[in-house]
Design a protein around this ligand. Structure first.
Ligand code: 13P
Ligand code: SF4
Length: 312
């Protein structure tokens, strides 16, 4: 293909010919979001991956998301545009170190944020996402001891909200921890009527200023449902696309990142590895494909299915 239009036409054609479904996270490129069959947060995307009757799942997000799709739909071919699209949270928890950490707390159950590898999921009892973590923790018996991994910021947020003490693994999202409080304060002074909304992967010193904290889907719904017309959004800037499509007359302002960031707003370098050209090639060659060893997959599936059951 020579240009963007040819790439997009080719992607649509191959998707039909091959009975493939394109699942995309809100943080990927706008054109990919517009081509996708479903755009959602981590929970919504895993529910779609579990339910699809397509032969091929093309996952435009990051590696752990494609892996989760394969865990839930082992008979489907799961392909992703770039094998190097990782995640700082998943990378923070290598399986051998995590197994040793877990062994120190034998009477604790392990709750892991979905942003982790299949090996970590296999070492976990229940997976959570940012849309169901509070509900799942609250549903556990009060005396149940809990390890929460790998996102310490989400863990602290859940702990504060539920009053539950949890042992935290010290991982972080490089994008959300880079939101600048100083620049946020300047922006709030400039737009005094704007609501500030944030993702729970942000640090506590940012979250304490938020009018609302939630997953990407929850943030999108909030902007649509609330009567206010100005919002400062503390998460990866890809979400702004769907917000602006949904409420074109409202002012949606990205929360600024620190100086060292390549973009004035917050962008995830891993999510941005998904390009139209790579998506085209992925569909054309049906590569690269995600594989999960069956003994890991079966254990990981049990913890993900527990989450899906508890999110109903
Ligand atoms: P959610 O879309 O589930 O809120 O997750 C955000 C995220 O950082 C995904 O990598
Ligand atoms: Fe991982 Fe953060 Fe990028 Fe999401 S935004 S994929 S949590 S590094």
């Amino acid at each position: 293909p020579r240009d963007k239009q040819e790439l997009m036409d080719g992607i649509r054609r191959m998707k039909q010919e091959k009975n493939a479904v394109i699942l995309a996270h809100y943080y990927v490129d706008e054109d990919i979001q517009d081509l996708a069959d479903f755009v959602g947060d981590s929970l919504g995307l895993s529910q779609q991956a579990a339910a699809t009757d397509a032969d091929i799942i093309v996952f435009c997000g990051v590696h752990f998301m494609g892996e989760t799709a394969k865990i839930l739909s082992p008979d489907k071919k799961v392909i992703i545009p770039d094998m190097n699209a990782g995640c700082s949270l998943a990378d923070s928890a290598p399986a051998d170190k995590f197994a040793a950490f877990k062994a120190q707390y034998p009477d604790h159950i392990v709750l892991s944020y979905i942003n982790c590898s299949a090996e970590i999921k296999a070492l976990s009892d229940i997976i959570v996402t940012s849309s169901n973590a509070l509900k799942i923790v609250q549903s556990l018996p009060a005396d149940q001891k809990i390890i929460f991994a790998p996102d310490a910021n989400l863990g602290r947020f859940v702990s504060k909200k539920t009053g539950r003490d949890m042992v935290l693994w010290d991982g972080a999202c490089i994008v959300h921890i880079d939101i600048s409080l100083e620049k946020l304060n300047d922006l709030r002074a400039k737009y005094p009527n704007a609501k500030f909304i944030a993702h729970p992967e942000c640090q506590e010193h940012i979250l304490i200023h938020a009018d609302f904290v939630g997953s990407t889907t929850a943030l999108l719904n909030y902007v649509v449902e609330q009567p206010e017309t100005e919002f400062i959004v503390g998460t990866e800037a890809g979400i702004l696309h769907k917000m602006r499509q949904a409420v074109p007359n409202k002012k949606i302002i990205p929360a600024p990142a620190n100086e060292n960031n390549t973009c004035a707003c917050s962008e995830c370098p891993y999510m941005k590895m998904n390009t139209l050209e790579k998506l085209y090639n992925t569909l054309y060659y049906e590569l690269p494909e995600i594989h999960v060893p069956e003994e890991v997959r079966v254990k990981a599936e049990a913890s993900v299915l527990r989450m899906l059951e508890m999110s109903k």
